[in-house]
Design a protein around this ligand. Structure first.
Ligand SMILES: C[S@@+](CC[C@H](N)C(=O)[O-])C[C@H]1O[C@@H](n2cnc3c(N)ncnc32)[C@H](O)[C@@H]1O
Length: 319
């Protein structure tokens, strides 16, 4: 297995060639179900699914194919390894959400294709207008296959695309699932700044002197933490699970790229310097770029030759 290289091929097939217990963490965003045609392989079966992931006519098939890929990811992860998956949802029934209509150069939208009509049919009736909850169906199948779900991160997008719907709210977030292979895994705690309001509460004492408990803390414990916050011994608080990060414009032929800030925290917390980050659906190469900047090795897999060339150009620029 060569480091700092994009392998071109189907993620499942390429992963099978990698040695077991060799990678520190996997960070990836697979193709979402029924959303886009990445122009890689025609959707087809040959002793199993060899077509593009996300093009399956049925979302249960999609989840099974995806989890088959993550079974292989689990095999190549070290025992203290972890896996981060950004995955989006979709509504059943009529047409897909308008925010999904964005097409990159050369891309065919599913919206007018036979594939899309099949998918609409699959989710018509009882699922019509309903969120299909694909991220959670996926996470539950991952649990069934032995992964531990450590966090569900909400990636909140302050610049989310407006939607024309009037009978529900505009969706402005996506999920980032944090799985571990085993229960003891490599993790560097990440801190975020303590809020000014917390300092203010520490200064005033929050009524603790009048005998009230504060957020479950009695006077003694409150004062102990209060002192450590005010004298700077506690440098920050444990990072929270709602991450506000703007989507990142990328003007090449690719789209749906990771904002670098989204994957910095997973890399810093789950891969030591000099370790290996894997992205089996690397697209435009963002995982490689952030890994390079943070002094980590990386391995990418991508089915589409054109995207691979683009990604290699981007990576060469930062090198
Ligand atoms: C959502 S995009 C990933 C974007 C990436 N996170 C970035 O920042 O550019 C998913 C990628 O998976 C690729 N892909 C689709 N099916 C694949 C398969 N079976 N094996 C490997 N890559 C695949 C697509 O071509 C696409 O580039």
């Amino acid at each position: 297995m060569d480091l700092n290289k994009i392998y071109v091929g189907h993620a499942l097939e390429v992963l099978k060639t990698f040695p077991e217990s060799s990678v520190n963490t996997c960070i990836t965003s697979p193709p979402y179900w029924g959303l886009r045609d990445y122009k890689t392989n025609p959707a087809q079966w040959q002793d199993g699914w060899v077509g593009e992931l996300g093009a399956e006519p049925n979302f249960n098939q999609y989840i099974n194919h995806l989890c088959d890929v993550f079974d292989e990811v689990k095999r190549v992860l070290k025992d203290d390894g972890t896996c981060w998956v950004n995955i989006g949802d979709t509504y059943g029934g009529s047409s897909l959400n308008s925010s999904y209509r964005v097409k990159a150069k050369g891309e065919t939208s599913f919206l007018n294709s036979v594939d899309h009509l099949q998918k609409v049919a699959h989710t018509r009736g009882k699922y019509s207008k309903s969120l299909l909850l694909i991220p959670f169906r996926f996470a539950i199948e991952m649990m069934n296959r032995g992964w531990t779900v450590r966090n569900v991160i909400i990636w909140q997008k302050p610049n989310a695309t407006p939607q024309s719907v009037k009978d529900r709210f505009t969706v402005d977030f996506e999920y980032l699932f944090f799985f571990s292979k085993t229960k003891k895994y490599y993790f560097e705690q990440q801190l975020e700044p303590i809020k000014q309001s917390t300092y203010n509460r520490c200064k005033t004492g929050c009524g603790i002197n009048k005998g009230a408990n504060y957020q479950g803390l009695n006077k003694k414990n409150f004062e102990r933490i209060q002192k450590r916050i005010l004298d700077g011994t506690i440098a920050g608080r444990n990072k929270r699970t709602v991450w506000q990060i703007a989507t990142h414009a990328y003007h090449g032929a690719h789209f749906a790229v990771f904002p670098p800030a989204l994957i910095e925290t997973p890399i810093k917390s789950c891969c030591p310097e000099g370790g290996i980050v894997l992205d089996p659906f690397i697209g435009s190469g963002t995982t490689a770029i952030v890994a390079e900047k943070l002094n980590r090795n990386w391995i990418g897999i991508e089915l589409n030759h054109e995207y691979t060339k683009l990604a290699e150009e981007r990576i060469a620029q930062i090198k």
